[in-house]
Every structure is written in C-alpha cells, then in structure tokens.
Design a protein. Sequence first.
Lengths: 470, 126
Amino acid sequence: MQLIFEKSHAGRGCDLLPACDVPEVQLPEELKREQPLRLPQLSETEISRHYSALAKRAHGVNDGFYPLGSCTMKYNPRIDEEMAALPGFTNIHPLQPENTVTGCKQVLDTAKAYLCEATGMDAITFQPAAGAHGEFTGLLLIKSYHEARGDIKRNKIIIPDAAHGTNPASASMAGFTVVTIPSGPDGCVDLNALRASVGEDTAGLMLTNPNTVGIFDSNILEITDIIHQAGGLNYYDGANFNAIMGVVRPGDMGFDVVHLNLHKTFATPHGGGGPGSGPVACKSILQPYLPGCAIQNSQKEKLQLKAFHGNFLVVVKALTYMLTLGAEGIRSACEGAVLNANYMMAKLKDLYPVPYGKTCMHEFVLSLEELKKETGVSALDVAKSLIDHGIHPPTMYFPLIVHEALMFEPTETESRETLDEAAEVMRELYQMAHEDGAQMHDAPHHAQIKRPDEVLAARQPVLRYQWKQV
Amino acid sequence: MTILEGLKYTKSHEWVKENGDGTVTVGLTDYAQQELGDLVFVNLPLAGDGVTAGEAFGDVESVKAVSDVFSPVSGEVAEINEELLDAPQMINETPYDAWLIKVENVSDSEELLSAVEYEAFLAQGE
C-alpha cells in the first residue's frame, strides 16, 4: 500500500481558504523555513479513501474479538465520544479564568471523587498520560516522601518477577535500584523471599493484584504489611484494575499509591484512538508531593509531569463511563470480566495447560510448551493463526515465568457466543497443530499482511519515511 | 545443541573460559541462545566496570523478551566484544565464539559446572 506522501501530487488539495482580512505580518528572516513543508497534496476523495483503506487493514475492538492480555480491550461506548465532543469541553483554553470553566472543573472534581472512592485513596492527579507515566509519577511520590523525611538511604524498589515490564523500567527511570523477587509455586509472591529482601534500603514495593498470571494474591495484607514494617511504601500497578473494580480497593489492601489506566479499565480508546490517561491516586501522606501541590517547608520545585490536568478529554470519557454504569454497573462489569475469563479458560484447559490456578480473575495464561515439544508449533504460530480466523492474537510470551505463554483477557463486553467461537477456533488450531502443523509456521495466510520478519525489523528498523531525493 | 568440553558453565547458562593468565572470558551457551530465540540487541558494561558473581552485568534482547546476563565471577571488565553491539546475531550463529566480556582481577566465582555436569543439569530441566 502506498503511503500518503507517495500519493501526493503537486498542486492538488482540498483547502479553500478565504482571502486574508488582517494585515500581513512578516516573520524575522532567521525564523523562516528554508524550504516549504513537505505536506502531502491530495484531494478530499483521495484522503478519505486512503484512511478508509487503512482502517480496513487494521483490527480494532469494533472489528472483532481482541483478547489481548493485560490490555483490557473492552468496547468503548459511543456516548463517551459524544460527551467529549461537547463544545463546552473542546472550545476552552487552559489559561482562561476559572469562573468561565466551572463545568470542566466539576468534571475533574467528580472524577476525582469517584476514582478515589473506587481505589480507596485520598487524592489524585490527572497529569500522567498513560500507565507507565503513572508508575513513574507514583515512584517520584514515594521518593519525595522518603527524601522529605531525610530518609535518603531508601533506594530499592522490590518487584516480583511476574510483574509487567514497565514496573522495573519505571523504577530505574525514577532512579531506584530494582530488587526482583521470585514467584512461589502458586504464581504469587513468595513471602519468605519478600521478607528476606526488605531492609533499611527498601523504598517500596510495586505489585499488581491480581498478578499477571491472573491470580488474586490472597496474602496481600501480609505482603503490604511486610513492606510497611520495613519502612517502605506500596505501589499498586492498576493495569489489572478491571478485575477488582467495585469489589476490592487497593487502599484497603494496604497500598499507598496507585495508577489507573483510564484507557483500559474505564473504556476510553487505546493507542491510535487515544490519547491515554494514567491518573495517580494516593493516600494523604503522599498528597503534598502530587504534581500541582505545594510542598511545605521545601525548596524543591513542584513536580510537573504534563501540562495542566493531563489529557482532560479522556477524563470526560471515563467519567461518562462511570456515570453511565453507576456503582452497581461498575461492579457487574468487573464480575462479567472475571466470569468471561473463567468461562473461556474452562473451555480450553483440557487441551492447553494452565500453569497456575484452578480459577482466574480477569485473564488467564496458557502454556503451549507441551504443544511445541509435541508438534513444533509455537505460541507465536498459534497466535498468528488466530488472525486468519478474525481474532486478534492474545499477549504472547508474557509473563516470562510461563514458557510459550498465551495470555487471554476477554473482557466483560464480549458475548458468550463470541467466547464459544474463539474457544472452538483454539481447539481447531490444536488439532491442526497435530495434523498439519507445518503450515502454521507461515500463518496468517489470509490476512492483508502476512508474517512480518520481526527479527529484521528489530535489527534494521525503518523508523521514518525516506524522502525521495529530488 | 552443543556443549564444549574444557569450558565451565553456570546454571544461568553462561559459559566461562579460563584463559590461563588470570582472566576469564564469558559468553552465552548454545542452549541459552536457542531458548532466547533470535537476538536483536546486546547491552554490555564498559571496560573497567566492576562485575559481581551472580549479578547481572548486561542484557540481551530477543524478539520475545529482554533477559539479564549474569556474571559467573567477580572482578573487573577488561574488554568487551564490541562486534556484538552491531551484530547480536553472532550469539545465535556461533555462541561459543561470540564472547561477551573478558574479566580480570577475578576475586570470586559462582559454583561452576563442568561440561558433563552442565549437560546433566539441562537434562534434569527437560
């Protein structure tokens, strides 16, 4: 497929600007471009067809089942978009007088109240633009807390080996040393390993509960207590919040700070449909260090992670979602997510081993290690074969503690029929692996894009369009 | 899968060659490269950096994941294999030639396995 730059023809366009009715102002010579911007020049029809063609080549939640583990690809209700498009929210400027944007302020205050209630926290910042940004923010709060107390020897963050990869990355970015602790035979935190790893240098713990194998760690109160006794703070990675919202609260589990992915749990679009939003909520002990809050008795500058209130319109969408569902709806969405995951797991576990747990929370992890040994068909091959059946692949090769892992998160917005169909496809693929596994190495066979060369792409990445030399 | 006689091995799948002059050379075993899959990036320390037995001194990245590489010995990095930085696939192609680092002033070592012991260790894990 041609890129939009390659479709460009000089002189073609679709902008008919009215004549300029204000005096022209010349920019200083040194600020002027040396050559004109290389914008693509196309007619409106061409642009429209270009983006429609791109949309057809993509797979989104609106196209089909999208069980990408740890990503909570639930349906994004249209009413959220409608509310975020209201002119009172879009035609504003962050610096206009506060008394002219009281509606926007009310959105933030209401969202704050609901999210604090849902997490069991006291305060919140909406600045972080995504989950990892939220983790980074939360860790800086923990750092500021220890520093303000003069407790500067606390430089270690404890993270289980099953954690999302962003956890150790955020901890390193925030200047901490990461201490990895192994998971126990049940996939949960090994309490003895945790006890052995805490000390006077413990700044805190990062944990997601349910963990990445989809199991709720029932020792959670003991875990957070071990960290508190050692003088550290507990960070809740909210990536898996869909599994507990409306049922259990991180604040009640002993956590001091948490990030939420509004673009996962609260049904606002991901990625290209984004932007994201990763608000950070905390207990009152951390409130003085939040972005935008004054730090008392300190010369330190205020923390600033993003301008103003972050991606405000995403908060509008998330608040719409919360108001649409209400407290009851939030809880039943969570219960639906857990039920759907267990239903699908139950339909697959006789063929594909589930390494941890008899029941799961909102997602489950299959191991294809045996299948690969028997047939040579890997988790990658099965994932790619799903594309031929109109299903987005699940998360692959994660968590690292499971070999040949496939991680499914169906979410609550899928019907029983969709889950039945997907389970049936997985069972057919199991058969195919045993009968004609060789062809699965080249899957997908019917997709627009066949198997890309990931190794070549990683070794020699092409990161931008190369302009043709004129 | 190849295991070379004359080299020592760790349970975290590094090979160690004693060079006879007090220095040792460290690389990843054939088993390790097979498990990791096609490598696309290698992150090594700098010459002069300290390494500690049992602790990570660098990492390798495959299409699947990033994995730490652990030092079998404590000492000081004498030299790194700079060729790998541009050609990480050398580890996949010739794991026992594609050394990662050379360590001098070796003061401590992990419990190292012989070729026979490493083979038995791998068989145990199967």
